[in-house]
Design a binder for this molecule. Sequence first.
Ligand SMILES: Cc1cc2nc3c(=O)[nH]c(=O)nc-3n(C[C@H](O)[C@H](O)[C@H](O)COP(=O)(O)OP(=O)(O)OC[C@H]3O[C@@H](n4cnc5c(N)ncnc54)[C@H](O)[C@@H]3O)c2cc1C
Length: 424
Amino acid sequence: MNIVIIGGGFAGINLAKELLNQKGIQVTLVDKNNYNFFPPLIYQVATAFLEPSSISYPFRKFFAGKKNLKFRLGKLLKVVPSENKIILHNGELSYDHLVFATGAETSYFGMENVKKNAIPMKTLNDAIEMRNTILKNLEKAAICKDTRERRKLLTIVVAGGGPTGVEVSGMYAEMRKSIFQKEYPELGTSASNIYLIDGGPALLAPMSKASQEGTLEALTKLGVVVQLNTQVVDYVDDTVFLSTGKTIQTKNLIWAAGVSAMVFDGIPAESYGRGRRMATDAFNKVNGTENIYAIGDTCIQLTDTAFPGGHPQVAQVAIQQGLNLAENFKLMTRNKPLIPFKYNDKGSMAIIGKNKAVVDLPKPKMHFNGFFAWLIWLFIHLISLITYRNRIQTFFNWMIAYFSQDQSLRMIIRPDKTRKKTSN
Ligand SMILES: Cc1cc2nc3c(=O)[nH]c(=O)nc-3n(C[C@H](O)[C@H](O)[C@H](O)COP(=O)(O)OP(=O)(O)OC[C@H]3O[C@@H](n4cnc5c(N)ncnc54)[C@H](O)[C@@H]3O)c2cc1C
């Protein structure tokens, strides 16, 4: 059985790992990047607390010596289901079974100016771009004589009050407290505001009321201005326009407000459901196809009675769907009945700042906040990193940052765009 997996995020990598050394199964994992990375911690790369290598790992190193697993670098362009073939930007591959584990991409809800000017928060590249932009703007502010211009450089607006928006704004507020005065004496007492904007009535929408209220209180104490029931409607000429009619002047709009899945050429239009996610049956087979599957953020499955509206787009769903599909492929090779997917919700959590986090557990229903929740958050994120190397590196960086009240990764590193390309 020749299985091709497109996408090596939480869903794809867990599916591949689970099929290791399975007799009669050959797996090719295709990804447009040559590394797996851990999205829940990219905001720590963006805020210079972690290096990119702490939360990423090359696929080829991961697959080395694993006989039935292969990696192929390539971006999927098209599927030809009638020929069991996919077209990549750099060639073609044939399959017996094809699995979409392509995740989601940033959605700007059709706002072209926001897409052009805001900093997204989805990929490792986005995180590095954000780190460089904020650090460059701090340097510009340090030599800027015009008070209005300086305020624009120092103001940060974060759109989206989910875990990412909360974590980024909390982290910048901590950074402002511990680093600005120490390292940027030129800024003196210049105003630097951090705004967190969300369209809904509460932060961390799917979490408990206690978590939502605790988060709002903690962020407000850190000096973050939270504006709820408010949407960003445009961003042009350094001005963020809000649905309330108000505006904020800033050179830093961070977009953590939405994602949508991607549409692929060759998949029938009627196979897509809400949010352009591929609609599947209980075994993750895409509706209207014979041997094509979708798992993780790119899939919507309405067959799980506990989640009639579909599963949330979170890491645990992606991991569990990858593992369940792997089990089903093994059962297929033995002609045994397949197992329908059922999501086991293990809870949700968000970190707000140093010693501050919120955790909700479903079974038994429990809520924690403060230092204990912060320790749980650190522990769960540490053990969820893909390799021991990533875990040790991240633990080491966190310890230094915690005890020194600082982090030392604030380097502006970028490719030299002026250097001419030579072909040889
Ligand atoms: C900033 C951020 C923070 C988050 N924090 C949390 C959190 O704290 N807890 C939580 O549970 N969830 C969190 N999430 C959500 C979680 O990361 C996703 O639910 C999870 O990554 C989904 O896994 P996936 O495998 O479906 O997709 P992904 O992990 O996104 O993987 C998709 C893979 O497909 C590849 N790919 C995409 N298109 C193509 C193509 N055309 N060709 C080839 N390869 C392609 C990508 O390179 C990527 O490797 C966060 C997400 C983000 C962006």
